[in-house]
Design a binder for this molecule. Structure first.
Ligand SMILES: [Fe+2]
Ligand SMILES: [Fe+2]
Length: 191
């Protein structure tokens, strides 16, 4: 026998599924997120301290400009991280980042081992700056993925995305600059 179901009955028999939100703030992965955040917070502040030295040591005006422009961006990135700390209700404290410490040390070695006023130095500085950017791209990419998987506030994901895009953009600009003339001009310099 065919039973007719009225549309009003349908509503009571098939309730709309509710989105269940789970709070992941007690998870080990959230702890890892906070640790990574502290690591990159320290790293960004260390970059703010050291990028001016790289810009000052650069030979070409366009590299100086690019590094100085990224210094301004980096200062904003520090503020974005502070906003994220606030959004997750944690104090903004940095944790020494050995990776960034080493990369900045490498940039000092480049400056020491190359002649003032040469484009060979700029090739070295570009390589050094790109290693820094790649480290940051990996970190922000990871943070964004963890934030999404933990279902954190969309605002957090937006802030991480903004910074990630800036890091990718400066990496591309560094490549363009090297390829536009610096690499080839440096080739003519004697040892
Ligand atoms: Fe950065
Ligand atoms: Fe950067």
């Amino acid at each position: 026998m065919l039973v007719r179901i009225k549309s009003t009955d349908m509503k009571t028999t098939t309730p709309t599924p509710q989105k269940v939100t789970i709070d992941y703030h007690d998870s080990a992965l959230f702890d890892l997120f906070v640790t990574e955040l502290k690591d990159v917070y320290w790293a960004e502040k260390y970059i703010v301290k050291n990028l001016p030295k790289m810009a000052e040591a650069a030979t070409s005006e366009d590299l100086k400009e690019l590094l100085n422009a990224h210094l301004d961006e980096t200062q904003n990135q520090v503020e974005r991280l502070e906003e994220i700390f606030q959004l997750i209700d944690k104090r903004a404290v940095g944790k020494r980042c050995d990776g960034m410490d080493g990369l900045i040390e490498e940039s000092r070695t480049i400056i020491d081992k190359t002649e003032d006023g040469t484009l060979t130095r700029d090739v070295g500085l570009i390589a050094s700056a790109q290693k820094i950017e790649h480290y940051e791209i990996a970190t922000y990419g990871t943070l964004k993925t963890i934030a999404a998987v933990l279902d954190l506030d969309d605002q957090i994901i937006d802030l991480l995305t903004e910074t990630l895009e800036e890091e990718k953009e400066v990496d591309q600009k560094l490549t363009q600059l090297a390829e536009s003339h610096i690499n080839e001009d440096a080739r003519e310099e004697e040892n």
